[in-house]
Design a protein. Structure first.
Length: 255
């Protein structure tokens, strides 16, 4: 179980996240939603141990992750929002480096890397340096790196960024298959239709605070809206998005 207890983070006197609490069980997919600046990325960094909270705790298996951060990260697969890779390495070399850092057995490492590169349509590009990869290809390498050691917990921050339609469909089905196998998945995204399809539970943030939380179906029913998009607009957006779109068109046409 991945748990956040009263998780808060401030940068100086500015609060980024305030009193976030949840319990994420094996087999559950938690969708973490909010507009830009609502505290999503800060939460992700605390869940991965990249940031220490100002207050509260992140626990895995009932133990604070900072008690043994290396052991926790061994159980963790992380897809960051930005795929910052070593540009002078080839795709295969990067995955071999990740496997070495995770102490994967040699035979298992080679078989897994080969199979995943083929399944993600990257095998023909395995000897090409990462600086020559497209954004979508780099994203697929990051996904392979997160999955290759069979982690129990997956933290996915905009995992579909840059992917083509086929790859995005594979990842959506992959998330469902992994949750069915008992993986614990934290899914942070702006793509509401995907969140609605793959996430069993939701947290919606606004200005660093939780404004809605619970099973996806229950959140929709509580707000009285049939779609997650409608729920999000009702809870988060202070402006009439249709009106704003029309005003933008008016400005463009009048120039």
């Amino acid at each position: 179980m991945l748990e956040a207890r009263g998780l808060s983070k401030s940068y100086g006197s500015v609060p980024a996240v305030r009193n976030i609490s949840f319990c994420l069980m094996p087999g559950q997919v938690l969708g973490y939603l909010g507009p830009n600046g609502s505290g999503k990325s800060t939460t992700v960094k605390m869940l991965t141990g990249l940031l220490e909270p100002s207050q509260g705790q992140v626990l895995y298996g009932g133990q604070d992750i900072h008690t043994d951060l290396a052991a926790y990260r061994k159980c963790l697969g992380y897809v960051p929002e930005e795929a910052n890779l070593y540009p002078y390495l080839t795709g295969e070399e990067y995955l071999e480096m990740v496997a070495m850092l995770r102490a994967m057995p040699e035979v298992h490492k080679r078989r897994t890397i080969r199979s995943l590169l083929q399944l993600f349509s990257l095998w023909p590009h395995r000897h090409v340096t990462l600086d020559s990869y497209s954004k979508g290809m780099r994203q697929r390498i990051i996904l392979i790196a997160a999955l290759m050691d069979n982690p129990d917990v997956l933290i996915l921050d905009e995992p579909l960024s840059g992917l083509d339609v086929t790859s995005a469909l594979i990842i959506k089905n992959l998330i469902q298959a992994l949750s069915a196998r008992g993986k614990t998945i934290f899914y942070c995204s702006h793509i509401l239709e995907v969140v609605e399809k793959v996430c069993s539970h939701l947290i919606i943030l606004r200005k660093g605070q939780v404004i809605a939380q619970g099973p996806t179906i229950e959140v929709r029913e509580q707000i009285g809206n049939s779609s997650l998009e409608g729920v999000f607009l009702q809870l988060v957006e202070e402006r009439d998005v249709s009106q704003v779109a029309n005003e933008i068109v008016d400005v463009v046409i009048s120039t």
